[in-house]
Design a protein around this ligand. Structure first.
Ligand code: ADP
Ligand code: MG
Length: 446
């Protein structure tokens, strides 16, 4: 099947040909004809499978073929969870739209608000935005969505995870008319929150699912290593950096502090690493991403701020220095490699602190994962046994002195829990028990 068979306008076919896109991917074959019919879509397909074109092409065809509802309002709005992803979608749109009057505006947080007001005043047909900033512009009345023809939510589940439900609903309300077409795309859409918001925002959507998110991504080789403690993780990472033949690498850590610490260590050894975190200002973030895309840095150390959508051709390796808190984020993180049919490697380091997340990932992937070892770097940690189930005991009728009893029971219960924690760790005596650090707040976007 060719792009020609999907009902696309010849002008678009020509552009695709120029850009050397010869054949549509599976998701493009399935979604483009439905999108062209003006139907709502709820689509999932694996990372790197070409979802961006699957929604941009029907959106562009609409510009080519139909008249706007109003002259002023944006006709197509694409929402993404991160600024970096919005920029990337915007760049792809610009390439496709070159030489046409169908202009677009990029409306993301961290950039100058008034410049965006000016850009919106020029009545762009496409707006690519993060939900927080766009909702601010609605509040400020710098844009209206009454004439919106297409609302596209890329990585909808992540926008909900980041707490943007209110903004999404606000945007939906501002563009709530019968003729609006709405599409949601992600690699993971089985979230109950997504189902809820989808039922409110989509109108009799066509559900397109190319493979299941739990299905193995055969272009990505996944390996898992057990680690005793931080130093062990560091030693394994050193070995990986020494022995793997990588082009560019993304290393994911749990917190922003870990990101900085690890980047410094790598740079001390002249490994050309750079940190990207959500609390940097937007100029810094833009500079880092564009340098990384130009291959000025070999290693990007980051948190889940970079787990979604980013498409960087030379990323051959993804390392989970720490396992992600949400299991579906694992699928997205490793999906930064093995894109568009290329091969990639994903390596995860699993220590005692990661065990729970690891088991969640294993359950999410619906497969039993085995571990790899490196000679001389085998650890002692073999995983935690599941906590024994509590015996059900009938509640005794309230005693005469409930308060006194409570205070007595408390320290006992605590002691018992600690003991179980050590008992269940099949480890040696010198295991590193990290002090509980206060985790950094999740990298909320706008
Ligand atoms: P997803 O959103 O599914 O993760 P993207 O839309 O970011 O994937 O696309 C991944 C990569 O595949 C991009 O580099 C894109 O240019 C490329 N790509 C998209 N469609 C095609 C196609 N039909 N043929 C070849 N490459 C494609
Ligand atoms: Mg994408």
């Amino acid at each position: 099947m060719q792009f020609n068979d999907l009902g696309l306008d010849q002008r678009l076919i020509k552009k695709l040909h120029h850009l050397a896109f010869d054949k549509p991917t599976e998701i493009q074959k399935a979604a483009i004809p439905v999108g062209l019919l003006g139907k709502d879509i709820l689509a999932s397909s694996k990372t790197g499978s070409g979802k961006t074109l699957a929604f941009l092409l029907p959106a562009m065809q609409r510009m080519y073929r139909s008249k706007p509802f109003t002259r002023r309002d944006p006709r197509v709005l694409v929402l993404t969870p991160t600024r970096e992803l919005a920029k990337q979608v915007f760049a792809q749109l610009r390439t496709l739209n070159a030489g046409t009057p169908y202009d677009g505006a990029l409306i993301v947080g961290g950039e100058n608000f008034n410049d965006q007001v000016k850009a919106l005043r020029k009545d762009p047909m496409f707006v690519i935005a993060t939900p927080g900033r766009l909702a601010d512009h609605l509040e400020h009345r710098s844009t209206y969505l009454d004439g919106l023809e297409m609302l596209i939510l890329d990585e909808a589940d992540r926008m909900l995870d980041l707490g943007f439900e209110a903004q999404l609903r606000r945007i939906h309300e501002a563009a709530n008319h019968r003729r609006r077409q709405t599409m949601m795309f992600s690699a993971t859409l089985d979230h109950t929150d997504v189902v809820n918001i989808a039922s409110d925002m989509l109108n009799a959507p066509k559900r397109i699912s190319i493979g299941h998110s739990a299905e193995e991504h055969t272009d990505i080789t996944q390996r898992f290593f057990l680690c005793d403690h931080l130093d062990h993780k560091q030693a394994l990472l050193d070995k990986i950096l020494e022995t793997e033949n990588y082009n560019q690498m993304i290393i994911f850590t749990a917190t922003r502090a870990d990101t900085d610490r690890l980047t410094n260590e790598l740079n001390e050894r002249r490994l050309k690493a750079v940190a990207l975190s959500g609390d940097m200002n937007q100029t810094q973030r833009n500079a880092i991403m564009s340098q990384f895309e130009r291959d000025c840095h070999k290693i990007l150390v980051t948190t889940d701020v970079a787990s979604r959508g980013l498409d960087i051709e030379k990323v051959s390796h993804v390392i989970n220095f720490d396992m992600p808190k949400h299991a579906e984020e694992y699928v997205h993180r490793i999906g930064r490699t093995g894109r568009a049919g290329n091969k990639g490697d994903a390596i995860s380091l699993v220590g005692p602190k990661d065990w729970k997340s690891f088991k969640n990932v294993e359950a999410f992937l619906q497969q039993s994962i085995s571990f790899t070892t490196i000679e001389g770097l085998e650890g002692k940690f073999k995983g935690l046994k599941p906590a024994p189930k509590k015996k059900f005991t009938k509640k005794k009728p309230t005693s005469a002195k409930p308060v006194a009893k409570k205070t007595q029971a408390k320290p006992q219960a605590k002691k018992k829990m600690d003991k179980r924690f050590y008992d269940n760790m099949a480890v040696g005596d010198n295991v590193f028990i990290p002090k509980k650090k206060k985790p950094a707040s999740p990298s909320a976007e706008d």
